[in-house]
Design a protein around this ligand. Structure first.
Ligand code: 5GP
Ligand code: ZN
Length: 109
């Protein structure tokens, strides 16, 4: 399987890593849509949130968001996860966009 985020996890592609532990990794988006735009991913390949996520990994993801935000030194931020092609998902390896550093536009939801 040729997955760009799996290649980043393996170190085959470079990334500006913000946070990493055994289960998750956070790195700057290559095409930022805000002053701070970081992606938090599980190290093991999961397609998106429609897949079953074991509780331990779910916890690691939430903790990883918190740790990443702490390292970014921001107070307010927005989390987005596009799940499926019609929702705008382009990379089919689960990721949470962590967006901050600007006055965020109004919610679309
Ligand atoms: P999606 O549209 O799937 O929710 O978001 C995919 C995100 O991955 C996009 O914001 C895109 O800029 C980012 N991205 C795609 N390829 C790479 C890459 O090779 N490195 C990094 N750091 N980000 C990437
Ligand atoms: Zn992958």
């Amino acid at each position: 399987m040729d997955c760009v985020f799996c290649r980043i996890v393996k170190g085959e592609l470079p990334a500006r890593v913000v946070y990493e532990d055994e289960q998750v990794m956070a790195f700057h988006d290559i095409n930022p849509q805000a002053p701070i735009h970081v992606l938090l991913i599980p190290k093991r390949h999961v397609e998106n949130l429609s897949e079953e996520i074991p509780p331990e990994l779910a916890h690691a993801l939430v903790r990883g968001i918190r740790e990443t935000v702490r390292r970014l030194n921001v107070r307010d931020y927005r989390i987005i996860s596009n799940s499926g092609r019609d929702a705008g998902q382009e990379v089919f390896h689960l990721h949470f966009h962590i967006i901050a550093g600007l006055e965020l536009p109004p919610d679309t939801v």
